[in-house]
Ligand binder design. Structure first.
Ligand code: BTN
Length: 251
């Protein structure tokens, strides 16, 4: 990955052969005053991070990028960004697959192809002195040539789906799609993103288990609330809004 991808106006790319984590490099640069629009990419990560403190295995051949943005949003709205980003990733993955396989957004921020994880997203933020966030770092990993092999968490890659993708081309498509979805979110509001996300939602309307730490909540997946929390309808008809956890399909 050493070309110069054609990024939309306002974005610039910093490519590194190897880094601990592109999110960590983007954070260091944000803290040193870098402007929004910085896109940090790497061929490989030595300490790639996932959600919930997990590792993100990061060999050569996959896409690792972190985008620094400085939107005027309240800290509580930061979680909404993950849904706009998941949609952008789902948009480009579906295009790469020529819409031949089902692509879904899995709550909160995964993208699946044929029920297998092809991309993970890690959003980190810092509060500013005022009412807005200081920065958001949007970390995206896309399995392009390889994927981890965990029986309990099925994963896939574009290559395993029969697609050969050039990393620089994919990055250019990703940043363009991301810019569109972020603009949609910031100009039209979270409702617009929420509606689009629900059209792509994995297992919407079906019975699911949500693992929240030690607890498990079972119910029918009814959608997202206005903060991005998942809404489950429990057996007695009670609706429960939950803000964190791991979604597991039944059956
Ligand atoms: C997850 O599914 O748990 C989120 C994975 C996020 C991985 C990406 S790869 C680029 C960026 N740098 C990191 O260390 N993590 C994110």
């Amino acid at each position: 990955m050493d070309g110069t991808p054609d990024l939309p106006q306002g974005y610039r790319r910093l490519h590194l052969p190897e880094i601990d984590s592109t999110n960590d490099e983007a954070r260091r640069r944000a803290e040193s005053g870098a402007d929004g629009g910085l896109v940090v990419t790497a061929d490989r990560q030595t300490a790639g991070r996932g959600r919930r403190g997990r590792n993100w295995n990061s060999p050569d051949g996959n896409l690792y990028c972190s985008i620094l943005v400085r939107p005027e949003i309240a800290p509580a709205e930061g979680a909404q960004a993950g849904f706009a980003v998941s949609l952008a990733v789902a948009d480009i993955v579906a295009d790469a697959l020529a819409h031949a396989l089902p692509v879904h957004c899995k709550w909160p921020n995964d993208v699946l192809v044929s029920d297998q994880k092809v991309s993970g997203i890690l959003i980190e933020s810092a509060s500013g002195a005022g009412r807005s966030v200081d920065w958001l770092i949007i970390g995206i990993g896309i399995n392009v040539t390889s994927h981890p092999d965990f029986a309990e968490k099925p994963a896939t890659s574009l290559a395993a789906c029969g697609v050969t993708a050039q990393l620089d081309d994919l990055l250019a498509q990703l940043v363009a799609a991301l810019d569109l979805r972020l603009t949609q979110w910031l100009e039209q509001g979270f409702d617009s993103i929420r509606n689009a996300w629900m059209e792509r939602a994995w297992r919407l309307g079906e019975q699911v288990d949500l693992m929240t730490g030690q607890d498990q909540v079972t119910g029918a997946f009814r959608g997202l609330d206005e903060t991005g929390g998942i809404v489950l309808e429990l057996a007695g008809g009670e609706r429960r809004n939950l803000g964190h956890g791991e979604l597991v399909a039944q059956g």
